[in-house]
Design a protein around this ligand. Structure first.
Ligand code: IPM
Ligand code: MN
Length: 359
């Protein structure tokens, strides 16, 4: 298969972890005879510095023309601590999601058997966890009208959803549930928010067309508790933009490191793949960042194009690294392995995968 992949390394550890994902994709090309073309462009703080905008026009154009986007990370503390900053790195990612119409963000969460003792949560609580969060990505409070009065003393962000915005992601989530454990949980705050009540109404109606999927509802505060109290009860979690942002970081505690969680953001025409973690500026350039979330995002990219065996080759190579303890210090504090070595090990095991398949 031929694929044009736009590479957006972004800020902090973004370039380092993305480079490992590219190594793995190149190993997949070699092993399975595909041709991928990679074109790189700036986004985030680095783009503000170089081009004066967090999402330069050329970057957006490249992404629109590509078959898929592979994204590193975004953010720079310089902007976080300045409430008056007019441009921010994050605006680059938000604009990209909106412009590419990436309305569904898919975030799988699982407890790896070889990492059960890495989570601060008890083994018997997290064991068997395997759920996926469907987070709405182009609506809600992130994109509603923002206001600040002239005195700078009153601010507001509008949380708005339309039936159409809710229904398109809901169908994707139900379809996913059909192929999994056939359970869908809508996470909302319908006891307080009007927008949540609309979600419940729309999702309930759509649920009638998926009778094989059991649908239930959970208020987000309770969901936040259930995710760390009894995570194996979940299969597909469907939720709006900000709740999904928050509970997916929480979910990463189950796996043992936020450096393991990958995501796919999909729309009608475009798709983008990125780790859920941020730019971790303290680690930038130190060769300590965990590249697995980025590598697994590349696996999700392959799955998106129905390259299931190729994606599996990456996942098996990741499992091997985890089992052998070839991991970065976030998973093993005194680990002698760095970002590059972990990436190399995984990439080499993709090339050698034939042995595994023939076993
Ligand atoms: C994420 C990130 C982004 C978000 C930030 C960087 C804008 O936290 O992808 O989860 O809030 O969506
Ligand atoms: Mn987030």
């Amino acid at each position: 298969m031929n694929l044009n992949i736009a590479l957006l390394p972004g800020d902090g550890i973004g370039p380092e972890v993305l480079a490992q994902a590219v190594k793995c994709l190149q190993a997949v090309e070699e092993t399975f005879n595909h041709q991928f073309v990679y074109k790189e462009a700036p986004v985030g703080a680095i783009a503000i510095k170089k081009k004066g905008a967090p999402l330069p026009d050329n970057t957006l154009k490249l992404c629109k023309e590509a078959d898929a986007v592979l994204f590193g990370a975004i953010g720079d503390p310089k902007f976080d601590n300045d409430p008056n900053a007019k441009v921010r790195p994050e605006q680059g990612l938000l604009k990209l999601r909106k412009e590419l119409g990436l309305f569904a963000n898919i975030r799988p969460v699982q407890a790896y058997p070889s990492l059960l003792d890495k989570s601060p949560l008890k083994k018997d609580i997290i064991s068997g966890t395997d759920f996926v969060i469907y987070r709405e990505l182009t609506g809600g409070i992130y994109f509603g009208e923002k206001k600040l009065n002239e005195e700078g003393t009153i601010a507001s962000d509008l949380c708005e959803y339309s039936e159409g915005e809710i229904s398109r992601i809901t169908h994707l989530a139900f379809k996913a549930a059909k192929t999994r454990k056939k359970k869908l949980t809508l996470v909302d705050k319908a006891n307080v928010l009007e927008s949540s009540r609309l979600w419940r109404k729309v999702v309930t109606k759509i649920g009638e067309s998926y009778p094989e999927v059991a649908l239930d509802f959970l208020f987000v505060d309770n969901a936040a508790m259930q995710i760390i109290l009894n995570p194996s009860q979940f299969d597909v979690i469907l939720t709006e933009n900000m709740f999904g942002d928050i509970i997916s970081d929480e979910g990463s505690v189950i796996g043992g490191s936020i450096g393991l969680l990958a995501s796919a953001s999909v729309g009608e025409e475009n798709a983008l793949f990125e780790p859920i973690h941020g730019s971790y500026p303290q680690a930038a350039g130190k060769d300590i960042a965990n590249p697995i979330a980025s590598i697994l995002s590349a696996a999700m990219l392959l799955e998106h194009f129905d390259l299931g065996e190729e994606a599996l080759a990456i996942k098996k190579a990741v499992d091997k690294a985890l089992k052998k303890g070839i991991v970065t210090p976030d998973l093993k504090p005194k680990s002698q392995y760095g970002t590059n070595q972990v990436g190399d090990f995984i990439a080499h095991n993709i090339v050698d995968i034939e042995d595994d398949f023939n076993m």
